[in-house]
Design a protein around this ligand. Structure first.
Ligand SMILES: Cc1ncc(COP(=O)(O)O)c(C=O)c1O
Length: 258
């Protein structure tokens, strides 16, 4: 029998830190705590009857297929629906191979880490940024470089000097992680000017952008700045930025390569 499991943990596991989200969620279970820390939806808004009805319908009409193993990259009809949705929303034209259905955005963040990060690689993040992103990238040994935010989002002057500084040292971050809409935890929505500058810098320094999109669609009001960090029929100016996107609550991750 192994006497100490700690001795055989992988290097990645040894570098893992306690999940901040797990600790936050524990607190929300205590009835005396009204937590503003985790982005918990109002349970009164859960469409329980509709979900029950749809589940019963699917089990009745497609039970064996629904309960069977399916394609790893996601159900093709669901992907088609999402592709049509993006086309309608902002003219983005996606192919099925650009879409990967994951179990929550956290799996998308983890996959980004697994696919792109080697130990001691650099990743640029907002200062502050979403703890789930930090946890996922950190577990693969990323070194996080924080770029301060102000009222308009990540400061592009600081980002540019950091990218330039790195270039001089022949270094390059694996990607820039941004949450442009209602940033977590700062709540800031990035201005259009900053978004365009971010894309310009990503192209100039040839760096991938990972865009975290959490509550954007849920909360948009008329007049809110909304410029997607991707190309698409309506946004030809954005062409050639490489954007990897994780979307909540639709639980999809997308790899655009254009
Ligand atoms: C930027 C961001 N990404 C992801 C999430 C959570 O996504 P999921 O629950 O799908 O892992 C949140 C939740 O607050 C978030 O703010």
């Amino acid at each position: 029998m192994i006497s100490d499991l700690n001795e055989i943990f992988s290097t990645n596991a040894k570098h893992m830190k306690k999940s901040v989200i797990r600790e936050l969620l524990k607190l929300t279970r205590r009835p005396e705590v009204i937590s503003f820390a985790g982005g918990l939806p109002d349970p009164a808004a859960f469409p329980i009857d509709e979900v029950a009805e749809i589940t019963a319908h699917v089990l009745k009409t497609q039970g064996p297929t629904a309960l069977q193993y399916g394609p790893t990259e996601g159900d093709s009809r669901l992907k088609d629906e999402l592709i049509a949705h993006h086309e309608r929303e902002d003219g983005t034209q996606l192919k099925p191979e650009n879409v990967l259905i994951t179990v929550a955005s956290q799996q998308g963040l983890d996959l980004t880490g697994k696919v792109f990060i080697d130990r001691d690689d650099y990743v640029i993040v907002g200062l502050p940024t979403y703890v789930g992103g930090l946890g996922a990238f950190g577990s693969y040994g990323a070194r996080m470089i924080g770029i301060e935010l102000d009222d308009e989002g990540m400061r592009m002057d600081l980002l540019e000097s950091e990218l330039e500084r790195m270039r001089k040292k022949r270094q390059k971050p694996k990607f820039i992680y941004v949450v442009p809409d209602f940033q977590n935890p700062a709540g800031i929505t990035m201005s259009e000017e900053r978004r365009l500058k971010l894309i310009e810098l990503a192209r100039k320094y040839d760096v991938l952008i990972h865009r975290g999109q959490s509550v954007q669609r849920a909360a948009l009001r008329r007049g809110d700045p909304e410029v997607h960090l991707r190309s698409g029929r309506n946004r030809p100016r954005h062409r050639a930025a490489h954007v990897l996107e994780d979307t909540v609550p639709r639980h999809e991750a997308r790899l655009d390569d254009r």
